[in-house]
Design a protein around this ligand. Structure first.
Ligand SMILES: Nc1ncnc2c1ncn2[C@@H]1O[C@H](COP(=O)(O)OP(=O)(O)OP(=O)(O)O)[C@@H](O)[C@H]1O
Length: 350
């Protein structure tokens, strides 16, 4: 027949599900009653949070253990552990679910532009690759729902695999990439409604197994729509980089995206002027095909700096390692991207 001390011994090593300490250590077995004639054992157990699914699991464990040990019937009551016990052991309570959003080691950088076609995705991809070339652990979310171009730009042909309940991003050039484009059949267009965008981002943060990430870049859709607001509410400490062409109108439109960042308290790390000029391979002469001054004007308006000026130039394609929009490390633009990545790292250290 079970005795009070044998019940205490059997249950003592069970772990309290929230504080992760044994019931014995927490002194959480508050009462044991044994009715010999009915072979009935009843116990009262303290738990950090009553009425939870964890309580139900613990209850099942207790019933099974006591029945295995010979009890015919088992009665259990749960009580809330006292504030003193909770305070003494709270430090042992693990963080909620570990994910990127509550990781202190990850810096989020959103890449935004006022209008489409200025090279925002190209910049996102190459900045991510350059940061990885500097030895950083980098993730890239293709949140440009109007055209998921990142996988194609990086020459990604694989799709993410699912392990358990988590999606494993695809790695390319040392960057962990996730794109809604991975989950869309045959490049078919999707009609997006406001809340879907937020849901998509949310699932990218919670359902993707990012591992350790120093920098997570987000390629935002152009403009100042819902997704920029979603990013703000989900990532209040997100930094922003604004991409513009040197054309005054482009800079004017980009200023709106920048103003949005400022209004939502996102620190603007700087401006990148893309398609800044064309440099002749023959004479080295620079032609300012799309005008001049847009980047400076925008930086001044947003009280920030121009992180880099990128000329018009194509990457050198390579059949073995096909990635149509990624500049090689020794390509003039590859070097410029490394400079920009170093500036970004430097600014974030300040
Ligand atoms: N510096 C550059 N030199 C030459 N071509 C460039 C440069 N930057 C971008 N491009 C080209 O310009 C086109 C538009 O670039 P990209 O798709 O990156 O722009 P975007 O701002 O992300 O556009 P959207 O928001 O519409 O997706 C692409 O074909 C890209 O290869």
């Amino acid at each position: 027949m079970l005795t009070e001390s044998s019940v205490r011994e059997i249950l003592g090593s069970l772990k309290e599900p929230f504080l992760h300490k044994s019931l014995a250590e927490l002194d959480a077995i508050e009462e044991i009653k044994i009715k010999e004639e009915k072979n009935h054992v009843s116990v009262k157990i303290g738990i950090a949070r009553t009425g939870t699914s964890e309580q139900l699991q613990l209850q099942t464990q207790i019933v099974n253990l006591l029945k295995e040990a010979g009890a015919t019937t088992v009665g259990i009551r749960f009580s809330q552990l006292s504030d003193e016990v909770l305070a003494a052991h709270r430090h042992a309570e693990p963080e909620k679910e570990e994910n990127l959003l509550n990781s202190k080691n990850t810096t989020f950088i959103a890449i935004a532009s006022g209008k489409g076609g200025v090279g925002k995705s190209t910049v996102s991809v190459n900045l991510a690759v350059a940061l990885a070339r500097l030895g950083k652990k980098v993730g890239l979310i293709d949140a440009d729902i109007y055209g998921f171009s990142v996988p194609d730009m990086m020459g990604i042909t694989k799709r993410p695999v699912v392990r358990g309940e988590k999606i494993i991003p695809v790695e390319r050039f040392g960057v962990q990439v996730i794109s809604m484009g991975f989950f869309v059949e045959d490049n078919s267009p999707i009609i997006w409604r406001g809340p879907m965008l937020g849901k998509m981002l949310n699932s990218f943060f919670h359902e993707v197994e990012w591992g350790e990430i120093d920098y997570l870049l987000l390629d935002l859709p152009p403009g100042t729509g819902d997704i920029a607001l979603d990013v703000h509410s989900m990532l209040p400490s997100c930094k922003e980089i604004i991409v513009t062409t040197p054309h005054p109108t482009a800079a004017f439109v980009a200023a709106r995206a920048g103003a949005m960042a400022v209004k939502t308290d996102h620190e603007v790390l700087g401006v990148i002027e893309n398609m800044a000029y064309f440099e002749s391979k023959l004479t080295g002469e620079k032609e300012y095909v799309f005008g001049r001054g847009g980047g400076d004007k925008l930086a001044e308006e947003l009280n920030t700096e121009v992180l880099g000026r990128l000329p018009l130039n194509q990457p050198d394609w390579n059949d073995e390692d096909f990635a149509p929009s990624v500049y090689q490390e020794d390509h003039p633009l590859g070097k410029l991207y490394l400079d920009i990545a170093e500036k970004v790292v430097g600014r974030l250290k300040k």
